[in-house]
Design a protein around this ligand. Structure first.
Ligand SMILES: NC(=O)c1ccc[n+]([C@@H]2O[C@H](COP(=O)([O-])OP(=O)(O)OC[C@H]3O[C@@H](n4cnc5c(N)ncnc54)[C@H](O)[C@@H]3O)[C@@H](O)[C@H]2O)c1
Length: 429
């Protein structure tokens, strides 16, 4: 649906009959990378997917995402680190991608306080390697992930791409701001068309287990207390994964051209470079968010109120005017289920879990297109419920490309192990 509203379709990145174009995506075993790769495969792209399968959270989850992508003959997984000297150069030389989407990173606000070195390696050294490969083998368009966390201590809301962003509050955010600056210099020096996304707290099926919704759901279902930071005075702009990926795919066509700015553009005056927020544009208060999960779980959380965590920002709120100027109105304005608030969506998740009967699940081709939000949510919640010991540990998913049900067993020991409960992050990642 999103594509209908695009202002311009860039012919450089469209397919000519019979010729597949190649996209190189980093972080394809990660949450956002998996869904982005899946969307491009569905559009007929060949996808080279690089991921190091880092152990920041459960590697089984990452392997599973890659296994699902590998059901397509057009997906080529590559396991390796961004910062391995020459690896990206080799991949670019071998595959000559027309489109590059750089999503691999060490994410997480709080983890960066105790482990800054991993952010230096993945986010700074890794992105420098990627930029060198882009310089040597220029694609038509390169897009890289930044974060709402770069707005840091800014208090002017909603956040606009043209606001000054000089007050990052975590080392994670600082490395992302640094990658924006590094990338701008390459766009300027070598005339490389580059878009930087700023993502706002992304959620959905197969999401990151270090994020607050998993942690809260698990604790509430287990009857454990939850820690509520800044005494509940926080709000986040949540972005559903399908909406985020629709934005990424649509922006791939919007190649920055300094001679063709749109209203409210963040285009650099000296480079084919722009920054674009991808968010929902509707902040949700932390206490409302917890209430929605409580209602969905059917029980009240025991709340322990705490001071703000170091590195956390009190609020995020995206201005999405530039995204809309470049790609048209977002799909969640068009689809009633996307217009629903987070409060209404969370109960759908739990219903999805409770109603789920794999034997009667329709094949993908009968369901049409990507999974609907509620079906997607059911997978998300099945995962959350599984982490909470709420369900048996047999997750059933549908084969991405054939529609046949496939079983995915996760052992109880893994679910109870440190991997799924690792991290403690409810700030914007
Ligand atoms: N999820 C969010 O809410 C959110 C919000 C803002 C920004 N972002 C950014 O979006 C991107 C994707 O985030 P995500 O939520 O999918 O995170 P994720 O952790 O699920 O995915 C990142 C992937 O990158 C891989 N990776 C990490 N370091 C690597 C390295 N050095 N070499 C190769 N691969 C490496 C990891 O194994 C992982 O699979 C990241 O750049 C993140 O900073 C995410």
């Amino acid at each position: 649906m999103w594509r209908t509203f695009r202002l311009s379709i860039n012919p450089v990145l469209r397919h000519h009959s019979g010729i597949m174009k190649t996209a190189l995506i980093t972080g394809t075993a990660g949450f956002i990378g998996y869904f982005t790769a899946r969307a491009l495969l569905a559009e007929g792209w060949r996808v080279i997917g690089l991921d190091a399968m880092t152990n920041y959270y459960d590697v089984i989850l990452k392997q599973r995402r890659h296994e699902m992508l590998a059901q397509s003959p057009h997906f080529t997984p590559v396991i390796g680190r961004l910062e391995t000297p020459g690896l990206l150069q080799q991949l670019f030389a071998a595959h000559e991608p027309q489109l590059v989407i750089h999503l691999a990173a060490q994410a997480g606000v709080r983890h960066s306080i105790d482990n800054p070195a991993s952010y230096v390696q993945s986010n700074l050294v890794g992105t420098a390697e990627l930029l060198e490969a882009v310089r040597a083998h220029p694609p038509a368009h390169t897009l890289l992930a930044s974060t709402s966390s770069v707005y840091g201590a800014n208090t002017e809301m909603p956040y606009l791409e043209t606001h000054k962003v000089d007050t990052q509050m975590s080392f994670y955010a600082a490395t992302k701001k640094a990658t924006e600056a590094m990338t701008h210099s390459y766009a300027h020096l070598y005339g490389l068309p580059i878009t930087m996304f700023r993502f706002f707290t992304v959620y959905g099926p197969w999401g990151r287990p270090d994020m607050a919704h998993f942690k809260f759901t698990k604790a509430i279902l287990n009857g454990d207390p939850i820690e509520v930071y800044n005494h509940g005075n926080q709000q986040r702009d949540f972005t559903y994964i399908d909406d985020l990926v629709a934005g990424i795919v649509a922006l791939a066509d919007a190649i920055p051209d300094p001679k063709a700015p749109v209203p409210g553009d963040s285009l650099s005056p000296v480079a084919p470079f722009r920054v674009v927020n991808i968010g929902n544009g509707t902040p949700v208060k932390l206490m409302d968010y917890i209430a929605a999960i409580e209602a969905a779980c059917g029980r009240k959380a025991e709340k322990v109120f705490r001071d703000a965590q170091p590195g956390d920002v009190p609020a995020t709120w995206a201005d999405t005017s530039l995204l809309e100027a470049l790609t048209g109105p977002p799909p969640h304005h068009k689809c009633p289920h996307r217009a629903a608030t987070f409060r209404r969506l969370v109960p759908q998740l739990l219903r999805g879990v409770r109603d789920h009967t794999p034997k009667t699940q329709k094949p993908r081709h009968e369901r049409g297109g990507l999974e609907s939000s509620s079906a997607g949510f059911s997978i998300w919640l099945r995962l959350a419920a599984a982490t909470a010991n709420f369900h048996r540990r047999q997750l059933v998913d549908t084969d991405l490309f054939t529609g046949h049900p496939i079983a995915f067993a996760i052992s109880q020991s893994r679910l109870n192990g440190s991997s799924f409960s690792a991290g403690d992050i409810d700030a914007p990642p």
